[in-house]
Write a protein that binds this ligand. Structure first.
Ligand SMILES: [Zn+2]
Ligand SMILES: [Zn+2]
Length: 149
C-alpha cells in the first residue's frame, strides 16, 4: 500500500540524515501520512494525542519543520490561517480546496509536475517554492447543496 511504503521511505530518509526515529516521531509520521487529508499541525497533534499523550505540539512542529527542510513534506497555506501538510506527495502538485468544508484534494494532471521548472525558465528566477490552488465546492458539498435546494 502506498501509505505504508511512504512511511517506511520517510523513516529511512530520517535515519539516513542522522535523525532518530522516536516512538513520538513515528506517531507523528503515521498521523501525517495516514489519511492523506492534508492535515494541519493541530490536527496531527490531536491524532497523536490519542496514541501518545505525552507528545507535545512543539514536537509536532519540530518534526514537520525537519521533514519540510528535507523536502519530504509539502507545506501549504489555504486561507484558514493554518499550515497544512502533504507528506504523501512532497513534490509539487496543485490542490483543489473546498470553500464550504475545507477539504483539500490533490489534483493529478500529467505533465504539471514540471510547472515550477518551466516557471523558472520563463522568468529567469531560481524557484524555491510554488503553490497552485483552485477553490470551489467539493463533490460532497455539491451533492449536499443540491439536496438542500
Ligand atoms: Zn466540501
Ligand atoms: Zn497534496
Amino acid at each position: 500500500m502506498e501509505i505504508q511504503r511512504r512511511t517506511a521511505e520517510v523513516q529511512q530518509k530520517l535515519r539516513d540524515s542522522g535523525h532518530r526515529i522516536t516512538p513520538q516521531r513515528l506517531c507523528i509520521l503515521e498521523a501525517l501520512l495516514a489519511a492523506n487529508s492534508h492535515p494541519s499541525a493541530e490536527e496531527i497533534y490531536a491524532q497523536v494525542q490519542r496514541v501518545s499523550p505525552t507528545t507535545s505540539l512543539a514536537t509536532v512542529y519540530k518534526t514537520l519543520d525537519t521533514l519540510r527542510d528535507m523536502g519530504e513534506v509539502m507545506e501549504m497555506e489555504v486561507g484558514d490561517g493554518r499550515f497544512h501538510y502533504d507528506g504523501v506527495h512532497p513534490q509539487f502538485h496543485p490542490h483543489a480546496i473546498c470553500t464550504r468544508c475545507g477539504r483539500i484534494t490533490d489534483i493529478e494532471i500529467p505533465g504539471l509536475t514540471s510547472l515550477p521548472e518551466q516557471a523558472g525558465e520563463a522568468s529567469g528566477y531560481e524557484i524555491h517554492a510554488q503553490r497552485v490552488e483552485f477553490y470551489g465546492l467539493c463533490v460532497e458539498c455539491q451533492n449536499q447543496k443540491e439536496q438542500a435546494e
